[in-house]
Design a protein around this ligand. Sequence first.
Ligand code: ZN
Length: 151
Amino acid sequence: MKNYLPLLALALAIGPTTAMAADNCTINIQSNDAMQFDLKSATVSASCKAITINLKHTGKLPAAAMGHNVVISKSADMAGIAKDAIKAGAKGGYLPTGDARILGHTELIGGGGSTTAKFPGNVLSAGQDYTFFCSFPGHSTIMKGKLIVSN
Ligand code: ZN
């Protein structure tokens, strides 16, 4: 990490395109019929112009039974969002609309599906406590992980 920092500083000095190439700007995550993500943590950089979430559902069950998405928020906001997601219901994709606590999210997918979403890196601050989770009712107790944010 110590060796990496001067490189990052150099990349930032050269320009944002180079910095994006040097940083963690993509989260690749898989989910399954056993209500699991394959990641317990992910690291992204707040300096990314856009952070891409690639979610794959390797299971077979439909979204109505075993739907998964990826929602990113401050860890302290997760429980409240998960509660409001139930109110949003299946028609709302289990996501409250226009909720400022939701910093980034994918759509809800079923088995065999995959989806991609982007959100700006500058909504994150390095060192703060963030969580990624699935907002399908009941899933966030297990389907969650730590989002580590670097500069
Ligand atoms: Zn889920």
